[in-house]
Design a protein around this ligand. Structure first.
Ligand code: PLP
Length: 497
């Protein structure tokens, strides 16, 4: 943005130097008084680990360190700063109550090696979380071990494999719809199966005729996301499961996006055999920035023997124990109890909302997605027109003739103060705009998002260049994304003198 006032320069924080570049020899962040007790030699205590000088270590005052990192923190966008409509990611508010509970003494600080008898409180939290998730999903048994959705997928597929092998029926393929999340075919490959793509029909759903054609005794199962990544509920789910079961296969449901089902529909009644949940999406535990996540995997009786060991089991006397005696288990997939703190947060969320609250959250999330869809459909192309569940997916077809693509619109959205939606996914929509408002956005915020998207659609027609070169209001302008992906520079080095 140009400066209207001559000679005014942007505040120095617009071009913050790196902490290394701000370093001045001799500056220090701490001034400690001389010791009045005998010094214990750091060299002796630390041995080989002791470093007198670390090359290039920044020397900087306490105040400058504070200001540097505080300023940097304001460059970020976060769920606490505003709407985060990143489709398929369920960026809902992370209630502070969860954080408080996760830090309770005993929950936040118990050591994972504490003996079972002394960890009854923590084990009870796990057992309660399991029971709540089983009630929500309508499944029979569950493991909280997997640390992410993708790890839950892998665990579920390994269980399908173990089950079929025991029947002497090792198979080769897993069917994966062409609308699937990228982790699905990846998990299939890692589990030792081959992904067999299943084309969607004109509604954007599973094509039953195509499924019948491909489903054979070489196919171990189907991996299905429901609601699918277009935000459309697969209404033929029971028929789909039947087709797979008749040929001896099993059905995996990717339940990462349970935000449209919780409290309203139990996938356990759809006919599926195994599913995972993303606690860091639907159940409000924080995500983004690399974790920690949690991807519990829930099964029907048929797969129960294969759950990762140990399982957390409630005893008739009310105590909880870890059961390692599971000879048919696929084994451990994660150290200790999985990401325990995520289970605490998810349980706090579930208990704080209660059955009514969870259902209300689901209904609000669905309402919000449909509201956004109805209010921008006159500006953007809607390739699959069906009632939306948790999210809605548009394409950039109407803007493309002006040379404006989904990535440009997303960058322009940053100028309007919003985090972008998900771009270019699912792959079956050319130039996709995938928008998931979640229940966290109130009407005022949603209207602001809608106004921004409508305004950008107009800009794309009237001044496409403005959109193509966005963002214009950020500290850092458009990055070379290809360069960043292909030739990443991950470490700072001093410029050659
Ligand atoms: C987010 C997501 C995943 C993967 O979950 P991670 O925790 O990121 O591994 C899988 N499937 C769908 C549909 C998702 O939205």
């Amino acid at each position: 943005m140009t400066n209207r006032i001559k000679n005014a320069t942007p505040h120095m924080t617009r071009n913050e130097d790196l902490i290394f570049e701000r370093s001045k020899p001799g500056k220090t962040g701490a001034e400690l008084r001389p010791l009045d007790v005998p010094a214990r030699s750091a060299e002796r205590t630390l041995g080989d680990l002791y470093r007198r000088d670390i090359e290039g270590f920044p020397e900087i005052s306490e105040l400058d360190v504070m200001r540097h990192f505080t300023r940097l923190s304001t460059w970020n966008y976060s769920i606490d700063a505003g709407v985060y409509p990143l489709g398929s990611c369920t960026m809902k508010y992370n209630p502070r109550l969860n954080e408080t509970v996760a830090r309770f003494a005993g929950l936040g600080t118990d050591h994972p090696y504490t003996p079972e008898q002394l960890s009854q409180g923590c084990l009870k939290v796990l057992a309660d979380t399991q029971r709540a998730l089983l009630e929500i999903t309508g499944m029979d048994a569950i493991s909280l071990q997997p640390a992410a959705g993708a790890q839950g997928e892998l665990t579920g597929l390994l269980m399908i494999r173990a089950c079929l092998r025991e029947r002497g029926d090792a198979r080769r393929f897993i069917l994966v719809p062409d609308s699937a999340h990228g982790t699905n075919p990846a998990s299939v490959t890692i589990s030792g199966y081959e992904a067999l793509p299943l084309k969607s029909d004109s509604r954007g759903c599973v094509d039953l005729a195509e499924l019948e054609r491909l489903m054979s005794t070489e196919v171990a199962g189907l991996m299905l996301t429901n609601p699918n990544t277009l935000g459309i509920f697969e209404q033929d789910i029971q028929k789909i499961c039947e087709i797979v079961h008749i040929k001896g296969g099993l059905v995996y449901m990717d339940g990462a996006n349970m935000n449209a089902l919780v409290g309203v529909a139990q996938p356990g009644r759809f006919g599926i055999d195994v599913m995972h949940l993303n606690l860091h999406k639907t159940f409000s535990t924080p995500h983004g920035g690399g974790g920690p996540g949690s991807g519990p995997v829930a099964v029907k009786r048929v797969l129960e023997p294969y759950l990762p060991a140990p399982t957390v089991e409630e005893q008739p006397d009310g105590s909880v124990r870890l059961n390692y005696d599971r000879p048919r288990s696929v084994g451990r997939v994660r150290a200790f109890y999985g990401n325990f703190g995520m289970a605490v947060r998810a349980l706090a969320y579930i208990l704080a909302y209660g059955p009514e609250g969870l259902r209300q959250a689901t209904e609000d999330a669905v309402l919000n997605a449909n509201y956004v869809k109805e209010r921008i459909r006159e500006c953007y192309d809607l390739p699959y027109d069906a009632p939306s569940m948790h999210e809605c997916v548009f394409s950039d077809k109407r803007q493309e003739s002006r040379g404006v693509r989904t990535g440009d619109i997303a960058k322009r959205l940053i100028d309007y103060g919003f985090h972008p939606y998900t771009t270019s996914f699912p792959l079956i929509v050319h130039g996709a705009l995938m928008i998931e408002p979640t229940e966290s956005a109130g009407k005022v915020e949603l209207d602001a998002l809608i106004d921004a998207l409508r305004s950008i659609a107009q800009e794309a027609q009237e001044s496409p260049e403005l959109v193509q070169t966005a963002p214009h209001t950020t500290r850092v302008s458009r990055l070379d994304e290809v360069g960043a992906a292909r030739k990443p520079v991950l470490r700072w080095k001093p410029a050659a003198p």
